[in-house]
Design a binder for this molecule. Sequence first.
Ligand code: FMN
Length: 189
Amino acid sequence: MTPDKCKILEQAFNLTATSYGLQPIKLVVVHDKELQRELMQFTYGQKQIAQASHVFIICIERQIDRDFIHNYFNRVQEIRNTSNEILDPYKGALVENFSKKEREEVRNWATNQAYLALGTLLTVCALEGIDSCPMEGFDPQAYDKLLGLDRKKLTSVLVLPVGYRADDDFFAGLKKVRRDLNDSIIRIL
Ligand SMILES: Cc1cc2nc3c(=O)[nH]c(=O)nc-3n(C[C@H](O)[C@H](O)[C@H](O)COP(=O)(O)O)c2cc1C
């Protein structure tokens, strides 16, 4: 996959809408065959990891605290020049709201944002003609250790190998298995 295509996917990840706009997620981009082979061991041996052009790992932030929220508002100020008068009430409310949440609740909230980013990436991959395989079947702790994510206060949540399909990829030609549209959609007209 060319650097240009990779950049498009990176931008799509970054442009994903997130709850409150807080972006409690980061994307690790791996384009190193040796490391990909190592990661395969912690992905139940699934070969896509080693064979893909790039492996994307969607991570969540472990520390979503007052500083994290303040950083977001500093960014709003930097980009939009919004006054403190306007930002402060919302900033205060958000810090208070998060301080009351249990760790688990914040973790689940951040994980939901990771899945949202996965959806964006899958769609943009399809539009760009890039194959991708979303994966939950991996050992997040082993990934975090190998990629030094503990030090960065990140936890891996989803893995997405991306690239171009091989000519002899049997699965690529198979029909999609999906529910009938009438089983999937409830129309109230
Ligand atoms: C959240 C999520 C996790 C998945 N985890 C794995 C996985 O660990 N290994 C795998 O081979 N496929 C995994 N899949 C891929 C699905 O099994 C399936 O192949 C994928 O949705 C593509 O299906 P399609 O070709 O019918 O569109 C996962 C899909 C999703 C959405």
